[in-house]
Write a protein that binds this ligand. Structure first.
Ligand code: FES
Length: 247
């Protein structure tokens, strides 16, 4: 009987022992942000750090996180395979995500995806042979007020048409960096992964230089016009309610 692949990296192999000392130092910096008895909370940024090195989370990346945090590979793999932002195979320089969820789909999101898929010759979670573009469906990119929405390395292109989407990926393949509608200028997938691991970058293109759009601010303006405010928040409120005394 042939071997059945579930598309998961083998959690029984890979150590990350060959990863560079610079990456190990960055990992220690991340872990030091957390209380010593909560170091496992550093796993999510550590996985982004691994992606900034490899472009995805390999079996070695899983072994690296496990050894840095004293976890089992199975524990790390369970997290890495749960969240879609952690990629299981090499990702292109530009991750193009097209929202095909309800709101965007009603406004043409699937047509955008289909156009890109046909133009690039790749399907969901596939990368062009030149290693430039990885295409994926996304389930709501939290910008429904600008649908149909597409992101490139998590920066937004709003109200995008199939023709505009095709033009954006063509420019990316030529080495250009089209300006997103909002947010920071584009960087590569590895560069954005390092930012997601919590390391600020001083490159000008790493910084957001836009303001929130009209549709995003509409609710705030309505609230201000009607005098609606959020309840006060006491920052001393314990995150975990203290147990009532049994006496
Ligand atoms: S449905 Fe597309 S961003 Fe929410």
């Amino acid at each position: 009987m042939g071997e059945i692949s579930l598309g998961l990296p083998s959690v029984l192999s890979g150590s990350g022992d060959d990863f560079p000392e610079e990456l190990r130092q960055a990992a220690r910096e991340i872990i030091d942000r957390y209380p010593p008895d909560r170091s496992r909370s550093a796993l999510l940024p550590l996985l982004h750090l691994v992606q900034s090195h490899e472009g995805y989370v390999s079996a070695d990346g899983i072994g690296f996180c496990a050894s840095m945090l004293g976890l089992t590979r199975a524990e790390v793999a369970a997290v890495a395979t749960f969240y879609t932002m952690y990629k299981r195979k090499p990702t292109g320089d530009f991750l193009v995500s097209v929202c095909t969820n309800t709101m965007c789909d009603a406004l043409g999101g699937q047509r955008v995806f289909d156009e890109l898929s046909e133009h690039l010759g790749v399907g969901h979670d596939e990368t062009t042979p030149d290693g430039t573009i990885t295409l994926e469906h996304a389930e709501c990119l939290a910008a429904c007020d600008y649908g149909p929405v597409m992101t490139v390395n998590y920066e937004f292109f709003d109200k995008v048409t199939p023709e505009q989407a095709r033009d954006i990926v063509e420019r990316l393949r030529k080495g250009e960096r089209p300006q997103p509608t909002r947010g920071a200028r584009l960087c590569t997938f590895k560069e954005i992964s390092r930012q997601l691991a919590g390391f600020a970058e001083d490159r000008p293109e790493a910084l957001a230089d836009g303001v929130a759009g009209d549709a995003t601010l509409a609710g705030v303006r309505l609230a201000q016009a009607h005098g609606v405010t959020a309840p006060e928040y006491d920052p001393t409120t314990p995150i975990v309610p203290e147990k009532e005394s049994s006496s």
